[in-house]
Design a protein around this ligand. Structure first.
Ligand code: AKG
Length: 295
């Protein structure tokens, strides 16, 4: 299969994106995007919907998460990832498979109508994850494009995927919020380096491969800028699979928790990894391609 997004080679290079960002303008349901919002997403590579979920709904999600994170039996699953230098939970993968509440949220029309419209087809979940950034100790994520990893290590052929994420706590300038670079989704950083065997085991705690150099980030900021994504609990953000993002440590006394759902078009099913000898673990690249229906 042709590789439209080569990466993990001898040297870093910034190349053009070959895929669309918005695949359809046709409504996919009551909660689809209007022309202005679609244009904003197309141009900036992300869009924020403040308070899309109510305080009651986010409280319920947080309660469900607390139950999952404190259950020692559940924590034995490989989907439960600890911080690099402590046994604190950093990420729980596939919350929608562990919890009926999160399964329902993944099919929420307020989210799914937008996602299906943007990707212009039926969609399935590539994986989901909740990142918990505990007060004072939560660790950073370096700059990266998610799609670079999903392409190189999971084999997603095209950038027809996105992440819809819900703030389960307020995200402020102090508690390790996500930073994004508007317009960065229109370029692709072909990263330097050869993917080691079982890279994911390390990269889920601390990513080293698929991380652009400081020069690439500087290049992106020449005609853009770094933006912090802040909002109240209940805010929904959608970012394109290739939008450059990262986040700093949380040194504030307040925790920061976000639930991410990665949607992929059913027309973009994974092939063989494009830059790794073997695929990552199955839980990172789910193979249930049944189209999601709103609930
Ligand atoms: C990722 O999981 O790809 C992120 O970049 C999340 C960053 C964060 O949760 O702070």
């Amino acid at each position: 299969m042709q590789d439209f997004y080569p990466s993990r080679g001898e040297k870093e290079e910034i190349i053009n994106r070959v895929d669309k960002t918005v695949y359809s303008s046709i409504s996919a349901g009551e909660y689809s995007l209007d022309n202005i919002s679609r244009k904003e997403y197309e141009e900036r590579g992300f869009i924020v919907f403040p308070n899309l979920f109510t305080q009651e709904e986010t409280k319920e999600m947080l309660k469900e998460l607390e139950y999952m994170a404190s259950n020692t039996q559940l924590a034995k699953n490989e989907e439960f990832i600890q911080e690099p230098d402590s046994n604190k939970i950093r990420t729980i993968f596939n919350q929608h498979l562990f919890s009926t509440l999160f399964d329902k949220i993944s099919k929420e029309p307020r989210v799914l109508d937008k996602v299906k419209q943007l990707l212009g087809s039926d969609v399935y979940i590539h994986h989901s994850r909740i990142n918990i950034k505990p007060a004072y100790k939560g660790k950073s994520f370096p700059w990266h494009s998610d799609f670079e990893t999903w392409h190189c290590e999971d084999g997603l052929p095209r950038c027809r995927c996105l992440t819809a994420w819900i703030m389960l706590t307020d995200n402020t300038e102090f508690n390790g919020p996500l930073y994004v670079i508007p317009k960065s989704h229109k370029k692709y950083v072909s990263c330097k380096g050869k993917t080691p065997q079982n890279n994911y085991k390390k990269s889920l705690k601390k990513q080293e491969y698929g991380v652009p150099s400081v020069n690439a980030i500087k290049e992106f900021t020449k005609d853009s800028q770094l933006v912090g994504v802040y909002g109240k609990a209940g805010t929904l953000v959608i970012h394109d699979g290739n939008t450059m993002h990262g986040s700093p440590d949380n040194i504030s006394p307040y925790s920061r928790t976000n639930a991410f759902f990665v949607y992929n078009s059913i027309e973009n099913k994974p092939a063989k990894p494009f830059a790794a000898k073997t695929s990552r673990a199955d839980f990172l690249c789910l193979k249930d391609f049944t189209p999601l229906k709103s609930e």
